[in-house]
Design a protein around this ligand. Structure first.
Ligand code: PLP
Length: 396
């Protein structure tokens, strides 16, 4: 009889040539366990998803409660489903006043697609401005604004009229013009290896958008939900987007995303044209129930402050190690730069042996990430720092 591992390679479509292929048995908090009982500490959080840890009891309870009532009933936006309405109300109450209409979708990519469509409809303009080394998802629209040729050139033609700026280069902002429908930006570039915006850079972009009547779309898909030490990353930088995209850490481990704008703007997808964006499973009631519980956990357990405190702990614990060239971080989202890609690969293999899960960044292979669940305790963090140091010490 074939093993599960053999069937995995035989029958599943796989994006990666060398997947980790750990046969996971169960997960709890910051840990998961393979079929042989080996424990792994999750320093990736499913790529910024499990901010409240794996299987948080409040999230499980909310899922169970909703399963007992109903699951999918109808395509999105037709029936009044309380998990959706309550979550939309809660998100609106936590966001600045102009972000009060929440369109629920299934994923980060779909949130980006919806936001791009909305911006084009609202402004009537064709142009989009995006950034080099930005990742916004794998669907056609998201791929069009991906700031890396290697990953997208095989799929051309894509959406036309996209221009790319260098992140943090304020001299390029005159490329945002009266033809530009929207600028799509991550406040902190994730897959570039955790690149923080220079002082006032995001404010300058906001100002240029105001001057030209261009909409500012913030992709907070990877940095949202407490990860950087505030609920949403734009809150650090004194700007408010016109459209906010969320996903990943939004669902407490369940799939959900959203794009959020003013009601006036969102009406474009209701009236001009009607059915401007359609989704069957968007805002699945079980995901929405999980997402509301997830949000309550982040707020009640004060995970934003925890992210800042634990981020500092990792930074001070690791910064003086001779193998580390640089640490870039905000809250508990950290990119650790080593000498080169080969050394990072070697370290990630040592991590695996020692039961630590990290990952490279898509566009920065010489760095690895430290982004554990925000629920990690001080004790667990200290133990993890010591394990990381022991692994760094093994590098030649
Ligand atoms: N935007 C950012 C910043 C992301 O990191 C990702 C996924 O990694 C996406 C968008 C796409 O999200 P999804 O994979 O849920 O489609």
């Amino acid at each position: 009889m074939s093993t599960l591992r053999e069937l995995f390679f035989r029958h599943m479509g796989l994006p990666s040539r060398r997947p980790l292929a750990i046969e996971v048995e169960r997960a709890e908090g910051i840990y998961f366990f393979d079929k042989d009982g080996k424990r792994y500490t999750d320093l990736v959080s499913g790529v910024a998803v499990s901010n409240v840890g794996h299987r948080h009891p409040r999230v499980l309870q909310a899922i169970q409660g909703q399963l007992d009532k109903y699951m999918h009933l109808m395509v999105y936006g037709e029936y009044i489903q309380s998990p959706q309405v309550k979550l939309a109300q809660k998100l609106s109450s936590l966001l600045p006043g102009n972000l009060d209409a929440v369109y629920f979708v299934n994923s980060g990519s779909e949130a980006i697609e919806g936001a791009l469509k909305l911006a084009k409809r609202h402004t009537g303009r064709p142009g989009v401005v995006a950034f080099r080394n930005a990742y916004h998802g794998g669907t056609a629209g998201a791929l069009s604004i991906l700031g890396n040729e290697r990953l997208k050139q095989a799929f051309r033609p894509l959406i036309p009229d996209v221009s790319f700026l260098d992140f943090n280069d304020a001299n390029m902002l005159d490329r945002i013009s009266e033809n530009t429908a929207c600028v799509v930006i991550e406040c902190i570039q994730a897959e570039a290896g955790i690149i923080l915006p220079e002082k006032e850079y995001l404010r300058k972009i906001r100002e240029r958008c105001n001057e030209t009547g261009t909409l500012l779309i913030v992709d907070d898909i990877q940095m949202g939900f407490g990860r950087t030490g505030s609920l949403f990353s734009f809150e650090h930088y004194g700007i408010v987007p016109d459209i906010l995209c969320l996903a990943k850490g939004m669902g407490g481990g369940m799939p959900i995303g959203a794009f959020i704008s003013s009601h006036e703007m969102m009406d474009k997808l209701t009236f001009e044209p009607e059915l401007g964006h359609i989704t069957t499973f968007g805002g699945h009631p079980v995901s929405c129930a999980a997402s509301l519980a997830n949000l309550e956990v982040i707020l009640e357990e004060n995970l934003t402050d925890a992210a800042v405190k634990t981020g500092e702990l990792f930074y001070t614990g690791l910064r003086d190690h001779s193998k580390i060239k640089e640490i870039r971080y905000k809250g508990l989202m950290m990119g650790v730069e080593l000498e080169n890609e080969a050394i990072t690969n070697e370290l990630i293999d040592i991590f695996l042996e020692e039961g630590l899960i990290s990952d490279r960044f898509l566009f920065r292979p010489s760095a690895f990430r430290i982004a554990p669940p925000l629920t990690i305790t001080q004790e667990q963090a200290e133990e993890t720092i010591q394990s990381i140091i022991a692994c760094l010490d093994r590098l030649k």
